[in-house]
Design a protein around this ligand. Structure first.
Ligand SMILES: O=P(O)(O)OC[C@H]1O[C@H](O[C@H]2O[C@H](CO)[C@@H](O)[C@H](O)[C@H]2O)[C@H](O)[C@@H](O)[C@@H]1O
Length: 380
């Protein structure tokens, strides 16, 4: 399958039905095959490897990326200032960072000045943005106050959630019918039936939402569904490592190592690496203590933002001011899209300095709530 990328959508150049040779699936990995993992990637084989023998994941940088996905505070500061950190003077580095990425709360006036005569469109990430990061992904609930703030924002501005979770799972956590939802890092977008993007319409399908209302679905990775289900079943074996967790998010899979002892991270990484060797059309991206397995297609949260703007009819830059609030590396794709051509503002949620394509920052979900409440107050 060749992916031809247009401005807002990856057009699948070849839309023939799925067959094994086209997908390049190893015969033992066909959907619903009963074949277990091959001996080379069996978790027991990995566990038997001597410590320090995880060359693949050392040399390809996975372990470094895993460590830096939530590094100790001092390391972050050292990276940010290229090693020039005054002894333990985190505050100075933090202030320097805040000059570059000022608080969206203290810059609220400036943002509103820019929004004058423009329609504000709000994009929100879920984990770490609307809900605090917790050890158990199944218990990442947003507060009632946050739900109320998001609901009020959606009353005045078109508002969308763009999450790495599956669309159903994130809807189950947010439970607000007045929003637009994009799950699986933007690979599963639900938008109103009456709105049709001007691009390639043939890749949208009709469906119904949780209320039975007719909607459109855009799922650019739909042909990967059997492959994702299959790789999920194989990856679940990693839960033999204490603390590891695997989630199926429909068009992507999350392998969590937040609760795994750091000495066992190489085992997790090597197992995922070995499994993915048999799936050249899947890749991983790094999130917050999570390896995200996803199809190799030219689609991400940034493309999802462009697609939603277009499908909601917001095509001219001058009339619209999109704001995207997110905390993770995958949100950087959306920040980049907004930064390019000064289209809108990315707001990074982080209490520690990080390099980012966002314009502004907020420390944590409680500041996100304050920012959303300010948007509502301004409108009232
Ligand atoms: O795009 P998002 O909505 O931010 O989703 C990204 C990942 O979020 C979840 O994992 C993260 O939050 C968990 C709960 O706080 C935390 O335990 C985990 O360490 C974080 O990585 C979700 O479980 C993942 O599947 C999403 O990909």
């Amino acid at each position: 399958m060749d992916v031809k990328s247009t401005k807002t959508s990856p057009v699948l150049a070849d839309s023939a039905p799925i067959n094994k040779s086209r997908l390049g699936i190893h015969s033992s990995r066909l959907p619903y095959s009963q074949a277990g993992p091959t001996s080379s990637n069996n978790i027991l084989t990995i566990l038997r490897k001597k410590r320090g023998n995880f060359d693949d994941v050392w040399t390809n940088g996975w372990l470094d990326a895993m460590r830096s996905s939530s590094p100790p505070r001092k390391n972050i500061l050292q990276n940010f200032t290229s090693g020039e950190v005054a002894s333990d003077d985190g505050d100075i580095a933090h202030r320097a960072w805040m000059t570059k990425y000022p608080s969206a709360l203290s810059s609220f006036r400036q943002i509103m000045d820019c929004a004058k005569n423009r329609k504000l469109v709000v994009f929100l990430d879920y984990d770490g943005t609307l809900s605090p990061i917790v050890d158990n992904p199944d218990r990442a609930f947003m507060s009632a106050e946050m739900r109320c703030a998001v609901k009020s924002v959606a009353k005045y501005f078109p508002t969308a959630i763009i999450s790495g979770r599956s669309r159903d799972k994130v809807y189950g956590l947010v439970r607000l019918k007045e929003l637009y939802y994009a799950g699986s890092h933007g690979m599963d977008i639900m938008f109103p039936a009456e709105e049709i993007p001007s691009g390639d319409r043939s890749i949208s399908t009709k469906s119904t939402d949780q209320q039975g209302k007719e909607v459109n679905l855009f799922q650019p990775a739909s042909e990967f569904l059997p492959m994702i289900n299959e790789v999920f079943k194989t990856l679940v074996e990693i839960t033999n490592v204490k603390g590891a967790k695997v989630e199926n998010h429909k068009f992507c899979v999350s392998v969590h190592y937040r609760n795994v002892d750091e000495n066992s991270w190489p085992i997790v990484a090597q197992f995922v690496y070995d499994v993915l060797k048999e799936y050249p059309r899947l890749r991983i991206t790094h999130g917050r203590k999570v390896l995200e397995v996803r199809p190799v297609i030219d689609w991400d949260k940034g493309k999802a933002v462009e697609f939603l703007l277009e499908s909601l009819g917001f095509t001219t830059n001058q009339d619209v001011l999109p704001i995207y609030i997110g905390d993770d590396r995958t949100d950087e794709d959306a920040f980049k899209v907004l930064r390019s051509g000064n289209r809108g503002y990315g707001i990074l949620v982080s209490a520690v300095p990080k390099e980012t394509n966002a314009f502004f920052s907020l420390r944590d979900p409680s500041e996100v709530k304050k920012f959303l409440e300010s948007l509502v107050r301004m409108k009232q």
